[in-house]
Design a protein around this ligand. Structure first.
Ligand SMILES: Nc1ncnc2c1ncn2[C@@H]1O[C@H](COP(=O)(O)OP(=O)(O)OP(=O)(O)O)[C@@H](O)[C@H]1O
Ligand SMILES: [Mg+2]
Length: 404
């Protein structure tokens, strides 16, 4: 026997609780979409508009993370396009787009397979988009995923982007029928501060994906859990317990899948024959933390600075982070950071960032009466404040200077 026989024997899972762990990968598309009948029906009705000669210029598809927006929008449009020659669908994810120009270029790539060089400008990219669409079927649906990642940059603001997409001359001239499906966690207008000229060109078609409640989450997870775990390795009581907790805390299918994968891994590490309630419990906190740290590490710089300012007050007696804090304390904390003065933002911008953070569910605020001081706004994170420093460290490792 070679040393590798020993090595591989030694590291092979002997009594794994898993039969097919891949079934728990949130990136793997499930065979069937379940528990989203109402949304599938709404989307199908919208698509059937082509038979009456109309698709809305925009459709907002919104809801919290892991509620099946991307999966459902892609699947329903693809299935429809496969049955209708006059309909085409393209999918574009804007997650990595740092500028409006690169967002337009992503669309260009989806339609033409080619990226445009910076010197052609936004107009040049749009000209290529319209040229490509002219050769497309009569109706085109373009799914723009993670549209909330779109931000103002030094050259353009999101209004420029949408105005061109909706009312661009090249589009009107060629009479292109384009339906933009905008996927995001919040309703668009709230997030991007669109102006009235853009808003009036958008339709108010909106489809909401609520968090999954227990029975829905069960329907989503059951086929995958069955495939993922060895017969008997995930007792029914533990499965129900995990699903109930995931539904109550998050209503998020992605987090729920991760929870069960990690619970299974814990069972294996402890050489247990079956997954137990304790395996679920230790991982509830882990999943929560991993997701928040990941969300924090993707925030824009000022958001993370403001969060650091919020969590910069330390309790003398315990050495622990002291919360809640006031706006004045945040400002004071912010002023301590060593950042170039050009990069500093003022009180108003700090307040805007706080509003953003609250919308994202990362902080909560309330007003308290403090006697002579009057009414004072109190602010605190909705999660363990020590995670901010961790996310900041992760961010500094991953972030390379923006090349665009
Ligand atoms: N109704 C469903 N049926 C089967 N699987 C589902 C369903 N909903 C979600 N999932 C699973 O959860 C994963 C996450 O769903 P999806 O990516 O569609 O969420 P999302 O709403 O787009 O989230 P985000 O806002 O974070 O982009 C999917 O890849 C799929 O594996
Ligand atoms: Mg998505």
């Amino acid at each position: 026997m070679s040393k590798y026989d020993d090595l591989f024997d030694d590291t092979a899972p002997t009594e794994s609780v898993f039969a097919d762990k891949g079934a728990l990968d949130p990136l793997a598309d499930p065979a069937e979409i379940v528990a989203r009948e109402a949304q599938e029906r709404e989307l199908a009705t919208i698509l059937n508009g082509v038979h009456e000669g109309y698709l809305p210029p925009t459709v907002s598809i919104y809801g919290p993370p892991g509620t099946g927006k991307t999966l459902t929008a892609r699947r329903v449009t693809q299935e429809f396009a496969a049955r209708h020659d006059q309909v085409a669908v393209e999918y574009v994810n804007l997650k990595e787009c740092r500028t409006i120009f690169s967002a337009a270029n992503e669309i260009c790539v989806a339609l033409t397979g080619e990226k445009k060089k910076a010197y052609v400008g936004l107009d040049g990219v749009f000209e290529a988009i319209w040229e490509a669409l002219e050769a497309y079927p009569a109706w085109t649906v373009v799914i723009l995923d993670e549209i909330d990642q779109l931000q103002h940059d030094t050259n353009y603001d999101p209004n420029d982007f949408f105005y061109r997409l909706l009312r661009g001359e090249g589009k009107l001239k060629r009479e292109i029928n384009l339906s933009l499906w905008l996927l995001s966690n919040q309703l668009m207008e709230v997030d991007l501060r669109l102006d009235s000229r853009v808003e009036s060109a958008m339709s108010d078609e909106a489809v909401f994906f609520p968090p999954y409640e227990k029975t829905a989450l069960q329907a989503v997870l059951e086929p995958r859990l069955k495939q993922a775990f060895r017969e008997g390795a995930l007792p029914e009581a533990v499965r129900t317990y995990g699903i109930a907790n995931a539904a109550m805390r998050w209503g998020d299918a992605r987090k729920a899948l991760t929870l069960f994968r990690q619970a299974g891994e814990t069972a294996n590490e402890q050489a247990l024959e079956t997954v137990t309630g304790e395996c679920i419990d230790v991982n509830l906190e882990h999943v929560e933390k991993a997701m928040i740290v990941e969300q924090l590490s993707r925030l824009p710089l000022q958001h993370i600075l403001v969060l650091r300012a919020i969590t910069s007050w330390i309790e003398d007696a315990t050495g622990e982070i002291s919360q809640p804090v006031t706006t004045a304390q945040i400002k004071q904390g912010y002023d301590q950071f060593e950042i170039p003065s050009a990069a500093r933002i003022g009180d108003r911008a700090i307040r805007d960032v706080l509003t953003d953070l609250e919308t994202m569910g990362l902080i909560e605020t309330w007003i308290e009466s403090k006697g002579r001081e009057g009414r004072v706004k109190q602010i605190q994170t909705t999660f363990d404040p020590t995670w901010v420093a961790e996310a900041n460290a992760a961010r500094n490792v991953h972030n390379t200077p923006d090349a665009e």
